[in-house]
Write a protein that binds this ligand. Sequence first.
Ligand code: FMN
Ligand code: SF4
Ligand code: FES
Length: 624
Amino acid sequence: MATLSQDTRQHLETILKEWDNAGQAVIPMFHYFMERENYISPEALELIGQVTGMSQSDLLGVGTFYQYFSFHKEGRHIIRVCLATPCVFCGGKGLLSALQKELGIGLDEISSDGLFSLKPAQCVGQCHEAPSLVIGTNIYNNVTPEEIPALLKKYREGDVAPQPAVPMGPPLANEPIVFTGLASNETLTIDRYESGGGYAILREIMATKDRVRVMREIESSGLAGRGGGAFPMAPKLQSVMKNPKPHYVVANADEGEPGTFKDRYIMERDPHSFIEGMILASYTIDADAGYIYLREEYPNSYAILLKALSEARSRGYLGKDILGSGWSYDIRIYRGGGAYICGEDSSLLNSLEGKRGTPRNKPPRLSDIGLWKKPTDVNNVETFAAIPRIMKEGGPWYKAMGDERSCGTKLFCLSGNIRRPGLYEVHLGATLRHLIEDLGGGVPEGRSFRAVLPAGSASSMLYPVQMDMQLDYPTLKAAGAFLGAASLIVMDDSVCMVDLAYWMSGFYHHESCGQCTPCRDGAEDIHEVLQKVVMGEGDLAHLDFVKSLGDYMRTASICGLGTSAPNIPISSIEHFEEEWREHILEHKCRTGICPMTRKKIVDFPARRSPGLAAEITQFQIHEP
Ligand SMILES: Cc1cc2nc3c(=O)[nH]c(=O)nc-3n(C[C@H](O)[C@H](O)[C@H](O)COP(=O)(O)O)c2cc1C
Ligand code: SF4
Ligand code: FES
């Protein structure tokens, strides 16, 4: 085995010193080798083991959990094509097909010239500009199959520079209310943020050392978590506060839900309101350290946040003795490795500790036993970013927006079959009709609205009869759905509801962490059965099987991934039974999307990382 240079060892030793312990340094070390060599070689693994004192099996156990780490040689350029809805509805299948044809390979294969690896991605946060693909760290949106040969030619000729770290996508698509910084097409630098009044509240709080005021405003605003669970923020902070120190604050910037891109917008356009909000929340509970757990799919956000944190440090808002208050605190960014489950807060903490991102049993709550078993507050990026404005205008100002059941405003991500996809900010309690018709412009001309996924992949669907439903947390719950992070994926009559269920089941099968049997086996079994239906081999008994297995998963899974996984298949079977019967009994798909032959549409590799000995299969896509 070739040995790596002394420089490489020193580099790993520097990484080791940057983190709290050896285990936590492993994922950053994997990133280092991925950036350098596009894979983690046996020599690299050996060296990481020597530097961290961890065994090869422990290192592989962690590394192979994550999609962005490879332990076998990859092509020079790794292409990741998004196969999550809404990319799938907006041309993603055609893109995959064009890539397979141009490269002559299937998913998880390497082109014969060694230049390209082709991999599936599960939402890269560009859903309103679907379909998307990523080559290295360069992101390409609204790509057509016809553009693929020319795009790959550029890479073959070595004619592609890394994209600059600027915000991707158009600014907020309507008038901002709380998130004024999102109306800009650029990143708000610290100078511009401060000239608009930014960090004034932090200065005030530090000068008066008034921790209680921050808590009071958050409490009176009724601010609830914006990452999906809608748990009120103040009680969570109070719960950390009453526990012995050290206290940690962690920002959940994992944003893996298909159809969601709002946190990316905040981090890329208005990073300082997020950072200021996080500092204020941390001060109110006298936190000792802060982390941003950032998904690897967001290279621009990473570069922009790094710069913003260093700007904040240079003005004395982070670091030792902040603004002479006697309080010392800093925030570090920890990059994930590509796993949807790491958005779940306890998996996130396991990953942040350098482990596999598997959820913990709850209780205990993370506010009692969190990061390194210490009291920890985990909140979503949008939740933190609302705090500076809440402090400025006062909690009651925020609370007065929204309806009596859900306070404040919410960022809604609109994607799928809609004329004006994008990011919108509205009062909670706005109707579905307002979002889809008034703001989004409705479905494309000549099409009719069929259904919407209100929470990306997680919730049951909403239908045309529910157009006047108010979008707030209790109303959706009462309707058997939930709002989650408010990613509305709109579907018109070009979407086959059986095909939708099939793709969703593939997503969950791929993303299940495998820790508990109901989810691990249930997600696989549902996917296999739905595959049979779209291949024309379905049986009516399969429908009851999906429903009863889904019910079991809902009650017996450890975490929200397993309980959500059957929602869309069951919702589709219940509302579109006639279409399911047509697929099964008549071998007919109204939209012509399902192949109804013994040919597979596409399959997700069951393992996230191909591991050492990748089992490679040629996946073919069916073109309607
Ligand atoms: C499968 C799953 C994925 C999740 N993904 C995210 C995510 O990407 N971002 C996020 O903030 N919360 C996500 N959550 C919710 C978190 O577990 C947690 O509730 C949230 O980070 C708390 O912050 P908040 O109260 O500010 O929303 C997810 C939950 C589950 C069950
Ligand atoms: S429900 Fe699924 S994702 Fe959650 S712990 Fe169980 S196997 Fe893992
Ligand atoms: S970028 Fe493809 S679904 Fe989000």
